[in-house]
Write a new protein. Structure first.
Length: 474
């Protein structure tokens, strides 16, 4: 630097994190403002920072006109040429044209103490505004980024953190209820947004945003950082539980195992950072049924069926002892699973579903049709019979099915040795295709009113194209 003022400008710009040109522009404007207050002549005053001398030069601008109407801002063309001719010669003087602007130097030494104080205030104001704009632009681009801060003080439940040279706020609603801090504690947060205010830009931080969870996984799991494993969704109830859906772009990489780490080391470090918040890592799937099944982890799901595809409603059936686990504490597990998958989930136990189906069939019961209890009794008798008697019973069941009066509406599929009426019961129970029947179990088929255990075995064998247990015994 060639002079002390330039050195001061450079140091101030570096301290405030702004460009030196911003400081120079503020100084020029400050001197111009002070000059207007001192001279009060109505002249068009202009300032220019002289890098050679380190001084701010002051000029009065006048426009070249044919005839002067305002002496403070105008000069006649003849007067201008006569003024330039002895200084620069005829060629330069004659080149002056109408509309040109001429600069007339004015002294700045006479401005005085009041003008200097005014200039100082203008400089501080401009530098402060430039600093605020710089902070807003910098942190507005960093929204979603994880930063480390130090607790500085508390204000009405909000926590003020110091991030480098900047103060940021962690509002009460963005704090996890499981956490508490004291001054000088180091806290890792995510930048949620930047607000403009009269006091300057306010950086808003969060400890409850799912973006914090995602960023922590990116930092702890190399497969997520390099893009091999992708996070397809994350939901949280801060301080209690979170669910993360992950997907692997390579078949050989287990996305859930990569996030858990060897003996859970990776996920445990994230849990410690979130002060013990439980994290369920589930595998993402394009199939909504599979995704919902995974999303309800750690509960085991028996059956999932889509109730309304347009409104995205699913019905999930779980074992009686799994019902409380699937729902979670105060509905937390199913609520997070619904947020993660985007489907409304209706969870029922097997007992609830059985009662519901029995109530529906009770309304449609046909007089003279054998009850489920009666058939169950006959199944119990058949199970104790000899192989020859069992074969006769199976044939008798087939004959009875054949004698049932068929409806006018055709069934969607047929099963060898199974009557149309029995097939209709399967369809009404939600097994609309032969593949659905083949995928069921004997216990599930036995739950259908009017179908006993042995008949269920026969139905399952017919659907799968296999021989029934009775036929194998014979």
């Amino acid at each position: 630097m060639s002079n002390p003022l330039q050195q001061t400008i450079e140091a101030l710009a570096k301290e405030k994190g702004i460009e030196p040109d911003v400081v120079i522009s503020a100084i020029e404007e400050a001197v111009a403002t002070a000059s207007r207050k001192y001279y009060k002549t109505g002249e068009n005053l202009k300032t220019r920072f002289n890098t050679e001398t380190g001084q701010v030069d002051l000029f009065a601008l006048k426009t070249v006109v044919e005839e002067v109407t305002t002496a403070a801002t105008e000069i006649s063309i003849n007067e201008a040429r006569e003024m330039y001719r002895p200084l620069y010669g005829d060629e330069v003087a004659n080149s002056i044209e109408l509309g040109d602007e001429m600069e007339f130097p004015k002294p700045t030494e006479v401005l005085g103490r009041i003008a200097a104080q005014t200039a100082k205030q203008v400089i501080f104001q401009k530098v402060r505004e430039a600093e605020r704009e710089h902070v807003f632009a910098e942190y507005n681009e960093r929204v979603g980024e994880v930063v480390n801060g130090t607790v500085k003080r508390f204000e009405n439940g909000d926590i003020i953190l110091e991030i480098g040279r900047i103060e940021a706020v962690l509002p009460r609603k963005e704090q996890s209820r499981a956490e508490s801090y004291t001054p000088q504690d180091r806290v890792r947060t995510v930048i949620k947004g930047v607000n403009r205010s009269a006091k300057g830009p306010q950086i808003v931080l969060s400890r409850t945003d799912p973006a914090l969870l995602i960023k922590l996984f990116e930092q702890e799991v190399p497969e997520i950082y390099d893009g091999t494993v992708m996070i397809r969704g994350a939901v949280r109830e801060a301080g209690d539980r979170a669910k993360v859906a992950v997907y692997s772009r390579e078949r050989d990489v287990d996305p859930v195992g990569a996030c858990v780490g060897m003996k859970g080391t990776r996920v445990q470090s994230i849990i410690r950072e979130l002060r013990g918040e439980k994290i369920d890592i589930v595998e993402w799937s394009e199939d909504p049924v599979a995704f919902v099944t995974n999303g309800l982890s750690p509960a085991k799901v028996q059956r999932v069926s889509i109730v309304d595809d347009r409104d995205r409603v699913m019905e999930v059936v779980v074992e009686d002892k799994q019902l409380s686990l699937a729902i979670g504490k105060k509905g937390q597990n199913v609520r997070l699973a619904a947020k993660l998958t985007g489907w409304r989930i209706d969870i029922k136990s097997e007992e609830e579903k059985r009662r519901e189906v029995e109530a529906q069939f009770g309304e449609l019961e046909i007089p003279g049709e054998p009850s489920a209890e009666a058939e169950a009794s006959s199944d119990a008798e058949a199970s104790a019979a000899e192989p020859g008697e069992l074969e006769a019973q199976v044939d008798g069941d087939a004959a009875a099915d054949a004698e049932i009066v068929e409806s006018d509406v055709p069934v969607p599929y047929t099963l060898a040795g199974i009557g149309e009426k029995t097939v209709r019961k399967l369809v009404e129970a939600g097994l609309a295709t032969q593949d659905a029947v083949a995928a069921a179990t004997v216990d599930q088929l036995s739950e259908i009113p009017g179908i006993g255990g042995k008949t269920a075995e026969k139905i399952l064998a017919a659907a799968r194209g296999e021989a029934s247990a009775a036929e194998q015994d014979v």
